[in-house]
Design a protein around this ligand. Structure first.
Ligand SMILES: [Zn+2]
Length: 319
């Protein structure tokens, strides 16, 4: 087994996972902890402890952190609603405490980079990725580089508006793709439609309606549930058409916790909607939708590989 090149940490709303990662993306030692909520100082100290326990710190290994929220290019978490932090200079604080180089990026951006380097997007220089879960995240690779943007906020594909004035999104806008394709939204849509008593579905017996319960019913053959998943896929395809018109990627990846089990309904509907809305459809081959390959490790591995890449670039520049 080769030596680790970086430590990757994926900070989610409830738990965080950290590991040492080799250049080919192999995960070595792994740690799992609860994410401290609404406490930036404790979060920073928890991450520093992970780094030290994984054999990092004091300049030994660069550290990459993927975290849900808006992250600036210098690694300040401007707004992380799931974790409950604002204006937290995480990269500089962690670098100081642990004594190592630290990169902090949005979690879906990290996952997209991981998929492009060693996952389902390997060898593809232009791709998009949607991550489906409680919310909808995303990432963009253009010309082999993952897009960070001017302020660091590029790749928020979940908030592409597909229906102006449509369903309310947690971000405050209406009609974002997240308001149709997130697990939370699918649960809400199901609940609203159950008001119609002619709808025949096993979901009536569920105490709680979430993306998970909708998916479980779909897997058991409930056609009402499968129609909700197909509709989510349709809206993803509509959003993808605009993005493909702008960026012309080779491939569109669907990742995140909900992707694998829902793909047989989501992907065909997304492909149909993309073909119907793409400019010049009859004269081009639309990019395929494919499942991401790295599963839950994508963000952690991507953050590690991005940190290793940046450390190498910085070392090269210093020489
Ligand atoms: Zn939104």
């Amino acid at each position: 087994v080769s030596d680790p090149v970086a430590i990757g940490i994926d900070v989610g709303g409830t738990k965080l996972v950290a590991a040492t990662v080799t250049a080919d993306g192999t995960v070595l030692d792994r740690q799992r902890r609860e994410t401290p909520a609404r406490d930036g100082e404790l979060l920073q100290r928890t991450l520093a402890r992970c780094v030290v326990e994984l054999g990092g710190g004091e300049g030994r290994l660069p550290v990459g952190v993927g975290i849900a929220g808006l992250v600036t290019p210098s690694g300040e978490v401007r707004y992380g609603p799931n974790i409950g932090v604002r204006d937290l200079p995480l990269a500089s604080r962690l670098a100081e405490t642990a004594g190592c180089e630290v990169s902090v990026v949005n979690d879906a951006t990290a996952a997209t980079f991981g998929e492009q380097r060693i996952g389902a997007g390997r060898g593809r220089d232009d791709l998009l990725m949607f991550t489906l879960g409680t919310g909808v995240g995303g990432g963009v690779v253009v010309g082999g580089e993952v897009l960070i943007g001017h302020a660091g906020f590029a790749g928020e594909l979940g908030h592409v508006i597909v229906d102006e004035g449509g369903r309310a999104c947690p971000c405050g806008n209406r009609g974002c793709i997240e308001a149709y394709a997130s697990g939370t939204s699918m649960g809400l849509i199901a609940r609203e439609r159950l008001v119609d008593l002619s709808v025949d579905t096993t979901l009536r017996d569920e105490a709680e309606l979430t993306g998970r319960t909708v998916t479980r019913a779909a897997l058991a053959g409930d056609t009402f549930a499968t129609s909700i998943l197909a509709e989510a896929g349709w809206w993803l395809g509509v959003a993808a058409a605009s993005l493909v018109n702008v960026l012309d990627p080779e491939l569109i990846l669907i990742g995140g916790g909900a992707a694998l089990q829902t793909s047989r309904w989501v992907l065909p509907a997304a492909e149909t909607a993309l073909a119907e809305h793409l400019i010049g459809s009859p004269w081009r081959v639309a990019p395929a939708f494919e499942l991401a390959a790295l599963g839950d490790d994508a963000g952690m591995v991507g953050a590690a590989l991005l940190a290793a890449k940046r450390a190498t670039a910085a070392g090269g520049a210093a020489r």
